[in-house]
Design a protein around this ligand. Structure first.
Ligand SMILES: Nc1nc2c(ncn2[C@@H]2O[C@H](COP(=O)(O)OP(=O)(O)OP(=O)(O)O)[C@@H](O)[C@H]2O)c(=O)[nH]1
Ligand SMILES: [Mg+2]
Length: 461
């Protein structure tokens, strides 16, 4: 389905565009063919149909003779609106009761309640934005950290779809040239320069692969990264959790085996959400049944976590830490080694003792010493020192899957080129690549996909 310019639907939709609940101002959005006819019936002080687009008007909203609220109405005439249709925004006082009455009045005059994401769906179908941008709107609404906001905003501004669109156009050109060759198949001509095509495919694939790689980071920024704090009993895991959170969340005591169950809390470091999980201390043998269940849970948490903070008492023997490190490596977990309680002795001496380990973070959980360094290292693990959130990040599973298929179809084109495949077969593989590229930017979609995508929005957007 290709987006036609300014599709005007028969029905006019209405919804609350601001969150439910009491607030200073609430906005009711009305979009569609009859938006102006409807508002003119509810807003007697001025005929808004005759006013300029992008203007504001103060007056009363009336349901027949009953005054509902004093409001400001902003009007946008098609196609210069968010949806591309005639659009009216009624800013009333933020009482859920009053706003509901305004919505009801609109419905009474012929509007119908919008489905989730329907405003943005109309914007997409009217060619106001491509699919990547539309989905970014959903991400932006859902974003709860500075990083996820930045990534979503970048995509709304056209982010990677610009990059992909340009490459797609180049590819379309090649595909057309190759298909032209097919018409001259007797004459054995090559309109499409194979070396140039090879370079183009390489370039498309480079972008594709880097976008695929960014997905993991994108996901982390959106969903947060899970961090399991593990270590032996009494290592100071709960103390570390409390200090990082700045509150006494977990019970701390000098008795080994204090923490029995896992405790989870969220902190935001440099715009990235970390879900900290304090666990029961791990020891080989424990007679205590509850503690042993806790230990089992700790080991599970450790395996599921995106990152493990292995906390140990700085007095621990070097050989023991060596064993632990081998275990962590063998279990294939991402981990940071955190030597705790450095306040009990001299820092340089401890550093020397563990000189063979190059990346231990020496802290005092109790005194909050070097916790900034720990936080920096946690962020580094996530960003791996290379990806900045200003760059393009794929945060969306649909894009991710299309990109993976794109990558595999590009490999097929490269293989075909290497094997000097005849033009008609090459053209097929290129067409497949174009298909997946189009799926990402929304040039190729089907109804089901669209309904699915927009159903994830909230109502009023
Ligand atoms: N001197 C010193 N003591 C600390 C430090 N961190 C924790 N402790 C002490 O070590 C003891 C154990 O601390 P917890 O935080 O309960 O240790 P844990 O690793 O959660 O222990 P379990 O829950 O039993 O596995 C307490 O008495 C803490 O006060 C530190 O940085 N320096
Ligand atoms: Mg504990």
């Amino acid at each position: 389905m290709k987006s036609a310019k300014s599709v005007i639907w028969d029905d006019t939709i209405v919804a609350l565009a601001t969150p439910p609940g009491i607030s200073a101002i609430g906005v009711v959005r009305l979009s569609g063919k009859n938006a102006f006819t409807i508002i003119d019936e509810l807003f007697p002080s001025k005929k808004l149909t005759d006013q300029l687009s992008h203007s504001l008007h103060v007056g009363f909203i009336q349901d027949d003779d009953k005054i509902l609220d004093e409001v400001v109405v902003s009007i946008y005439k098609n196609p210069r609106s968010y949806t591309g249709e005639d659009l009216v925004e009624i800013s009333g006082h933020g009482s859920p009761f009053v706003l509901q009455q305004i919505i009801n009045a609109c419905i009474k005059k012929g509007a119908r309640l919008a489905k989730p994401g329907e405003f943005t769906q109309r914007a997409f179908l009217n060619g106001k934005m491509d699919l990547t941008q539309a989905e970014a709107v959903a991400d932006l609404i859902a974003s709860n950290t500075a990083s996820s906001q930045k990534a979503a905003l970048h995509n709304i501004r056209g982010g990677f779809s610009h990059q992909l669109k340009e490459l797609r156009e180049n590819l379309i050109r090649f595909s057309a040239l190759i298909e032209l060759e097919l018409d001259f198949s007797q004459e054995d001509v090559e309109f499409a320069d194979r070396t140039q095509l090879h370079h183009l495919i390489e370039e498309v694939d480079k972008v594709t692969v880097s976008l695929i790689n960014s997905f993991q980071l994108g996901n982390v920024i959106r969903n947060g990264i899970s961090v399991a704090i593990v270590g032996k009993p009494n290592a100071g895991k709960s103390t570390l959790l409390n200090t990082l959170l700045n509150e006494d969340r977990a019970i701390v005591s000098e008795i080994p085996g204090t923490t029995r169950d896992t405790i989870e809390e969220i902190i935001n470091i440099d715009g990235i959400l970390f879900r900290l999980i304090d666990t029961a201390g791990i020891r080989q043998h424990t007679a205590d049944v509850i503690e042993s269940v806790g230990v089992k849970r700790s080991l599970e948490k450790m395996k599921q976590a995106d990152l493990v903070l292995y906390v140990f008492d700085v007095k621990e023997a070097v050989s023991e830490l060596n064993n632990t490190r081998s275990d962590l490596v063998a279990n294939n977990v991402k981990f940071l080694l955190v030597a705790n309680k450095i306040d009990v002795g001299s820092e340089p001496a401890f550093k020397e003792k563990f000189g063979d380990f190059d990346s231990i973070i020496f802290v005092s959980a109790k005194n909050g010493l070097h916790l900034e360094t720990l936080k920096e290292r946690m962020v580094d693990v996530v960003l791996q020192g290379r990806v900045q959130t200003e760059s393009t990040i794929v945060t969306n599973a649909r894009h991710f899957h299309a990109l993976q298929q794109l990558h595999s179809s590009l490999l097929d084109v490269q293989k075909g080129l290497a094997e000097k495949l005849p033009g008609d077969l090459l053209a097929l593989d290129i067409r497949r690549s174009l298909h997946y590229l189009g799926e990402i930017t929304g040039e190729i979609t089907n109804e089901d996909q669209l309904d699915y995508i927009f159903s994830k929005f909230c109502i009023g957007k």
